[in-house]
Design a binder for this molecule. Structure first.
Ligand code: HQG
Length: 179
């Protein structure tokens, strides 16, 4: 179906733009952008989609995962490749949330939240979004509340991606509590 193809293409674009541009013969610039023409070529060589289809996939993406501007495209967050989104640090809301598995919580409650393979720890502005993130994990889920106000006042930097995901370097345990 059309919806299924769109999801598949979107996942491939995330893979290429966040983790493996070389797999599609692409080179990202320092801030993660690549020419839209090059991305279109890479996608169209793999899937039966037109330029207009790709633009529609970008615009309809439920999480607004991609930015398309000046004939360039990039993923808004979630990279593992070494790029710098060049986001400006901003003051966060008082509370932020992180959805994860009960299993992960066993180590998180000792080590705090780490960025693992990504560039930042990803936090959500509301519990609902954190629940959706947690649902990606097997077994029982835990929603953690992050005392972002206190982290910020104690010198931690926060960034917000163009699609509203809150990012920070790490969250030490003293700022975490199960919601
Ligand atoms: C966990 C999706 C053990 C952490 C979502 C998470 C999100 C620890 C996993 C975005 C840990 C990393 C990011 C510690 C953290 N010990 N486990 N000390 N510290 N973890 O996928 O936040 O669809 O890198 O709890 O919607 O789950 O890709 O991060 O379970 O916004 O756009 O290690 O990915 O967005 O997993 O998800 P991830 P995440 P997209």
């Amino acid at each position: 179906t059309k919806a299924k193809l769109e999801t598949e293409v979107s996942k491939y674009m995330s893979y290429v733009l966040r983790h493996a541009p070389e797999a599609a013969g692409l080179i990202l610039d320092a801030e993660g952008w690549v020419s839209f023409d090059a991305l279109e070529q890479a996608v169209a060589s793999k899937y039966d989609v037109s330029r207009a289809d790709i633009i529609e996939i970008v615009e309809n993406n439920p999480k607004k995962r991609f930015s398309l501007a000046d004939n360039r495209i990039r993923a808004n967050q979630g990279h593992s490749v070494e790029i710098d989104l060049a986001l400006t640090a901003v003051e966060p809301p008082a509370d932020l949330f992180h959805g994860t598995s009960a299993t992960a919580w066993h180590s998180i409650e000792r080590e705090g939240l780490k960025k693992m393979l990504r560039h930042h720890v990803h936090l959500s502005a509301d519990v609902e979004t954190a629940k959706i993130v947690a649902m990606r994990r097997k077994g029982k889920h835990v929603i953690l509340r992050v005392d972002a106000a206190r982290m910020f006042s104690e010198g931690h930097s926060f960034f917000v991606s163009d699609n509203g995901v809150w990012l920070t370097e790490s969250v030490p345990v003293q700022y975490l509590s199960p919601d």
